[in-house]
Design a protein around this ligand. Structure first.
Ligand code: NAD
Length: 454
């Protein structure tokens, strides 16, 4: 398997991906490892993961450079990602005891009733490349804290990062056979689906997620899916600082080159503020630098996957053919790496591909609406349901709108953000189940109800 630098097209390394027998061996080792790992006390598991977090901090420059080399993400955004992962870990460490320890319901001489949270066993985590630290940490940290062993199959576009994570987890003290990396792409993932894991946790596209869900259904084990989005944002006409809102929302759309599951993917703007908002939005995006992700001050790096360039071109073509106007960008950049111009499209309608299909790139459609009611209709007109945001001076107005939008997260005056204490959950084609929060800690456990009479 070739690891390619998406910003230069150069091969960084060639790595042998895991053949079936190797994956089976790893799975068998994990079975044994889990028996040891579960005997490590929760307090000690917490200390080990704490050490892992310290190691992330100590090695941040090296890790960020590796992440940038294989994903094309600007170096500063790689550092931000690692720091963000540490913040999430911190929350998990502070809350693990609270949510994983036994819970007493009744504790009298005559009757004792409690709930214990037992690990699922050996779980399989098939993951995505866009934020390998963040989406990885959402799964393998709570899984390990809860006493599971984990087969982590990173995306083929984040293999080197996964190898570093493995090294640091082991250095921190995670049992050698409690965590294994399955190296490879679709073929390796496919093979893992045939093994007898006690749970499957997937982060990736709707297409693959649906396939995995169907494939593992007959195993009757938990299968959680964190999938894509087509996240809408509505700008109401009572916002005061239009330029600031335009800049913040443009960042929500274009951070990490738009390759975020919760990136703003379509924008609806009230007609009263539309012209001013669009002008300020274009101005903000124009001011951000595009270049090699290793260069200082670059905001737009390379796209991770070459294939995405074609998806973006198709969305521009479809929009233009149906009457849209491209205000900025619209084309791939001729270069050895995967670069696409930051693209802003107006005069769109909600049927266009750019307003319906996940773009996962530096492209946005902005549409004028007349009323909040119309905005709600358009926001809900999607197969996805990950996040939705409203910018307004009125919390009441925003909450009224968001309560009518079918999404797992609602944002008022913010967007494209994830908080460790809140469940991260998609609806409809955006997924099943939740990571993060108390739900995310307990997702890797099975409850036992104890009823005891003395
Ligand atoms: P993808 O579906 O192409 O791949 C995800 C993983 O599945 C990879 O590890 C891949 O090797 C593996 N895979 C591919 N085919 C497989 C098969 N047949 N059987 C088993 N495994 C298989 O997704 P991607 O391009 O890596 O990630 C981008 C997608 O992930 C976007 O849709 C994005 O929105 C979504 N995502 C969602 C969240 C979330 O929290 N909801 C977070 C990050 C990314």
């Amino acid at each position: 398997m070739k690891i390619i630098n998406p910003a230069t097209g150069a091969t960084i390394k060639t790595i042998r991906d895991d053949m079936d027998t190797k994956l089976i061996d790893k799975y068998m080792f994990l079975r044994v490892g889990q028996e040891y790992w579960v005997k490590v006390s929760l307090a000690d598991r917490i200390k080990i993961i704490e050490k892992f977090s310290v190691l992330l901090e100590k090695n941040i420059e090296k890790l960020a450079a590796i992440l940038t080399s294989e994903t094309g993400k600007p170096l500063q955004q790689s550092r931000n990602e690692i720091n963000g992962a540490r913040t999430r870990i911190q929350w998990m460490l502070e809350n693990a005891e609270k949510y994983l320890a036994d819970e007493w319901v009744t504790n009298t001489d005559a009757l004792k009733e409690k709930i214990s949270y037992e690990p699922l066993g050996v779980i399989c985590n098939i993951s995505a490349w866009n934020y390998p630290y963040l989406v990885g940490v959402n799964v393998f940290i709570p899984a390990l804290l809860a006493g599971n062993a984990v087969l982590y199959k990173p995306s083929e576009y984040a293999t080197l990062t996964a190898i570093e994570i493995d090294n640091l987890l082991k250095k921190a003290g995670v049992e050698e056979n409690a965590f294994k990396v399955g190296i490879g792409g679709k073929y390796a993932g496919e093979h893992l689906l045939g093994l007898r894991f006690d749970g499957f946790f997937f982060t990736g596209s709707y297409k693959t997620g649906k396939y995995i869900y169907e494939k593992v259904a007959k195993k009757m084990v938990p299968c959680q899916l964190e999938l894509g989005g087509k996240d809408p944002l509505y700008v109401a006409d009572d916002i005061t600082d239009i330029a600031a809102v335009a800049e913040a929302t443009a960042d929500g759309a274009f951070y990490n080159n738009g390759q975020s599951c919760c990136a703003v993917e379509r924008i609806y703007v009230h007609e009263n503020v539309y012209d001013e908002y669009v002008a300020a939005f274009v101005k903000a995006v124009r001011s951000w630098k595009l270049g090699l992700p290793t260069d200082e001050g670059v905001y737009f790096g390379a796209l991770t996957r070459y294939e995405q360039l074609e998806v973006l071109e198709e969305q521009v073509k479809d929009a233009k053919a149906n009457g849209a106007t491209v205000l900025l960008g619209g084309k791939r950049i001729v270069h050895d790496g995967n670069f696409f111009e930051p693209t802003i499209i107006v005069d769109v309608n909600n049927k266009m591909k750019v307003m319906q299909e996940e773009s996962f790139g530096p492209i946005i459609g902005i549409m004028k609406v007349k009323t909040d009611k119309e905005a709600i209709q358009f926001m809900n007109d999607t197969d996805y349901g990950l996040t939705a945001s409203v910018y307004s001076s009125s919390q009441e107005r925003a909450e009224t709108i968001l309560s009518q939008v079918n999404s797992g997260t609602g944002y008022w005056n913010c967007c494209d953000r994830v908080t460790a204490g809140l469940p991260w959950a998609g609806r409809k084609h955006s997924g099943i189940g939740a990571t993060l929060s108390h739900q995310g800690l307990r997702a890797f456990t099975k409850t036992k109800s104890w009823q005891m009479k003395g």
